[in-house]
Design a protein around this ligand. Structure first.
Ligand SMILES: NC(=O)C[C@H](N)C(=O)O
Length: 324
């Protein structure tokens, strides 16, 4: 028999509509109505770690969750399922992927429809997440996200639709498996993330999106000694408007790591263009190119690296290497 620990943290999966039709966390968690259909095959232990809408989740909460899972790993559970709001699910899932030991199967899930809605996806996603966490093939794949019968790597998955149940997608690479009618199927293996154990989190790592005609203002505003890093969602293959360059240079001169990803939904950022503000110049200035992650994931990676106390060189390697 497998032992799976289910940790609830809140989100729509734990919400229902009130009399006015607004979706809110209620006194009763709808997930308490879940009746396992796995019988004697899977022993479930359930805990409410917190009950927060996911826009209220902070890196400190992510660390708390990591520490709870560390304890579960020592207590000998076979897998962990985390239920979470979907707005920041990908950030918590990637944080856990970067900071937890490899061996334990950890699956994060949520819901797009609250418990009162017809076709509510919460209990189904919970059930398929438990099924995935108890699969013998799930343990060495890093943190997984299971939604709408698809299994995604926490590293690349992203929320792509505000309300549709098929919102979680992995751009460029696709899902790594699915929960089929007859069980869990993995069709791709992925190089694991390098695990980076941390005891505390330091934030003040910012995320800024580039746009046509952008000037230096936003970069100047964060050129402060308290800033620990910045991720820029740059244009196309990895380019910035020329007017931003002096302020980006100022951040670099202050020793603040500047990481670049593309604001494009698919593909990776590379130093391809040699015009003013192009990737070639940015790389020469010392901007770190982070390949394959979206902006919010790159921010989590930079935040974890900074929290681990990495030197500038270590941080540049950690952020720039796809599977670290
Ligand atoms: N579907 C959801 O869970 C969205 C909700 N706003 C949350 O992230 O908590």
């Amino acid at each position: 028999m497998k032992k799976i620990l289910v940790l609830h943290t809140g989100g729509t999966i734990a919400m229902s509509a009130d009399a006015a039709g607004n979706v809110v966390p209620g006194a009763e968690n709808p997930l308490d109505n879940y009746q396992s259909s796995f019988g004697a095959e899977i022993e479930l232990e359930t805990e409410d770690v917190f009950n927060l809408p996911s826009p209220h989740i902070t890196p400190e909460r992510m660390l708390e969750l990591k520490q709870r899972i560390d304890k579960a790993a020592h207590d000998g559970v076979d897998g962990v399922v985390v239920t979470h709001g979907t707005d920041t699910l990908e950030e918590t899932a990637y944080f856990l992927d970067l900071t937890l030991p490899n061996e334990l199967a950890v699956v994060v899930t949520g819901a797009m429809r609250s418990a009162n809605e017809i076709g509510s996806d919460g209990l189904h996603n919970l059930e398929t997440a438990i099924q995935t966490a108890s699969s013998p093939d799930a343990a060495d794949k890093g943190v997984l996200v299971v939604m709408n019968d698809e299994i995604h790597s926490a590293r690349y998955v992203t929320k792509t639709h505000t309300t549709n149940v098929a919102t979680f997608r992995t751009p460029t690479f696709g899902p790594i498996g699915l929960v089929a009618k007859q069980g869990v199927v993995f069709f791709e293996s992925l190089l694991r993330s390098t695990v980076c154990p941390i005891q505390t989190v330091s934030d003040n790592v910012f995320l800024i999106k580039a746009y046509a005609g952008m000037g230096p203002e936003l970069f100047e505003a964060i050129a402060q000694p308290t800033t620990h890093g910045v991720v820029i969602e740059a244009l196309g293959a990895g380019n910035l408007p020329p007017a931003t360059l002096p302020a980006v240079q100022k951040l670099l001169d202050m020793g603040i790591p500047v990481v670049l990803v593309s604001r494009c939904f698919n593909g990776i950022a590379q130093d391809v263009y040699a015009y003013e503000g192009g990737g070639v110049q940015l790389k020469q200035m010392g901007v770190i190119f982070c390949q394959g992650l979206n902006g919010q994931k790159a921010r989590i990676k930079l935040l974890v690296g900074v929290s681990a106390g990495m030197s500038a060189d270590e941080l540049a390697r950690f952020v720039a290497t796809a599977n670290s």
